[in-house]
Design a protein around this ligand. Structure first.
Ligand code: NAI
Ligand code: MG
Length: 492
């Protein structure tokens, strides 16, 4: 999730050739011929019409995935060869990295620098899990009596994967990586806002040699296409990233088929700045925490707790830095902030800016749309926010930070934990006792000390409380893509 790529030249405009559904390694039209438009959020222009899958198409994809899992070449492939295919896919993505980054930037609005950084994350993820493919092992168990017992780790089955628009390709890689390593087959629905980059990677998966039915891509909307995945009786597991309210709907809709579920949901992550922190590092950290990818990150540091002693100086420096942020065309390598992903998201954020002012928070900077073309929102700072204000409680998913002054460690831990969310948290301090005390006490799946948004494919990632269920990344993710089978043999 960090932008590691160095600024380079503007990429060539990517061609958009793929707009159909990918089922059984074929590009097909949906059964009822429906389609929907996808946009460039920097201009609001339609850039392509994409096939929209209905329940019949989902069923067709599930059948292909089931066949691949049970009787196709994938069901007999050596684990090491699954890994080889994944390495090959990563190599092809690397070869086409510039084109994919440009497509991602065009459709999602993220800056080309961030898109290149995401692609590095995609490669790391696929290669990390490719290495796991032949290392998913069972155990022999010292069972009582004259028996031999051992366990097999087998693929959980056909998995439905529903992903959002903020990191389209990175979320794809986080979900494909452990699923493919474990030997599952995939029916994936990319977000309706950002369908294009996944289709191009689907084409590369065919080129890499994945057998028919292993990877299926079906575009469409959540309430229809997504729901058809969730209720399908022949899908064994659903992995979802998105809004907490969507997860609640999905959990209810999946109840009748008792599918396995993993959820990676949102947050209202507390970022705590103590007076003893390195001021420059903390200002930069707080800035990156909220403004990276326009605040459209599940881990965004949107509750900024600042120790009272340094409150004024800190907020002034943060606002000055935010004021200098360069907004504009995301494909221009010098641009620092692109548009929000959609008109809907922009309107939602601006509504929260109004609510913040009405409830009495002090608007220090921003709070408005930037320009009249595309879906840009000014970097926004609200000061003197109170815990019970709406902007301190709801996930805004935009470049809007709430500054909350505090006095003591005890107080800030209590306030940081007073939320239903628990995805990430951070602390900036030079004091080792404070760092460890906070890291232990704060209820979050990830804690950063003197840094922010450091997410690596090797470390488990997920939420406490209503920020999720299960973990992605690292070895932990494999747990959620395998079933453990105990085999017991009578001896003698
Ligand atoms: P969403 O949760 O509705 O959409 C995420 C994915 O779920 C999309 O692929 C969508 O088509 C699908 N989906 C939606 N309803 C569904 C249903 N009933 N059954 C199955 N699939 C369904 O999120 P949305 O509407 O795009 O954004 C709304 C808010 O959600 C954002 O403002 C943000 O607060 C949060 N969000 C959080 C993300 C995260 O990374 N945790 C990512 C995207 C959004
Ligand atoms: Mg939604």
């Amino acid at each position: 999730m960090t932008a590691t790529a160095t600024p380079m030249k503007r990429p060539a405009k990517p061609a958009i050739k793929l707009t159909k559904l990918l089922i059984n390694n074929e590009w097909v039209d949906p059964a009822d011929g429906k389609s929907f438009e996808t946009y460039n959020p920097a201009t609001g222009e339609v850039i392509a019409k994409v096939a929209e899958a209905g329940a019949k198409d989902v069923d067709r994809a599930v059948k292909a995935a089931r066949k691949a899992l049970e009787t196709g070449p994938w069901s007999r492939i050596d684990a090491a060869d699954r890994g080889k295919l994944m390495f090959k896919l990563a190599d092809l993505i690397e070869k086409n990295k510039e084109e994919l980054a440009a497509l991602e930037s065009l459709n999602c609005g993220k800056t080309i620098t961030d898109a290149r950084g995401d692609l590095d994350g995609v490669l790391n993820t696929l290669r990390y899990y490719a290495g796991w493919a032949d290392k998913i092992e069972g155990k022999t168990v010292p069972v009582r009596g004259s028996f031999l017992s051992y366990t097999l780790r087998q693929p959980v089955g056909v998995v439905g994967q529903i992903i959002p628009w903020n990191f389209p390709l990175l979320m794809l890689a986080w979900k494909w990586g452990p699923a493919l390593a474990a030997g599952c087959t995939i029916v994936m629905k990319p977000a309706e806002q950002t369908p294009l980059s996944a289709l191009r990677v689907g084409e590369l998966a065919i080129e890499a040699g994945f057998p028919p039915g292993v990877i299926n891509l079906i575009n469409g909307f959540g309430e229809t296409t997504g729901d058809a995945i969730v209720v399908h009786p022949d899908i064994d597991k659903v992995a979802f990233t998105g809004h907490v309210d969507t997860a609640k709907i999905i959990q209810k809709r999946a109840a009748d088929t008792l599918k396995r579920m993993t959820f990676e949901l949102g947050g209202k992550s507390p970022n705590v700045i103590f007076a003893d922190a390195d001021m420059e590092q903390a200002v930069n950290g707080a800035f990156h925490a909220i403004y990276f990818h326009c605040g459209q990150c599940c881990t965004a540091g949107s509750r900024l707790f600042v120790e009272e002693k340094i409150h004024k100086e800190f907020v002034d420096r943060l606002a000055a830095k935010a004021k200098g942020r360069k907004l504009g065309d995301p494909l221009d390598p010098s641009t620092e902030q692109g548009p929000q992903v959609s008109n809907e998201q922009m309107d939602k954020i601006l509504k929260y800016c109004d609510i913040g002012q009405k409830e009495g928070a002090k608007l220090l900077l921003g709070g408005k749309r930037h320009g009249s073309n595309g879906y840009f929102v000014e970097p926004t700072v609200f000061d003197n926010v109170k815990d019970e204000m709406t902007i301190a409680k709801d996930e805004i998913f935009g470049p809007v930070v709430s500054v909350l002054p505090f006095k003591s460690m005890e107080e800030v831990i209590d306030r940081a934990n007073r939320t239903n969310y628990g995805l990430a948290a951070a602390i900036f301090t030079k004091n080792i006792d404070k760092a460890h005390t906070y890291a232990k006490a704060v209820k979050a799946g990830t804690v950063w000390v003197n840094c922010y948004h450091i997410v690596d494919t090797t470390t488990p990632f997920g939420g406490f409380k209503m920020s999720g269920q299960g973990r992605e990344n690292g070895e932990d993710a494999l747990e959620h893509y395998t079933e453990t089978k105990t085999v017991t043999i009578k001896l003698g």
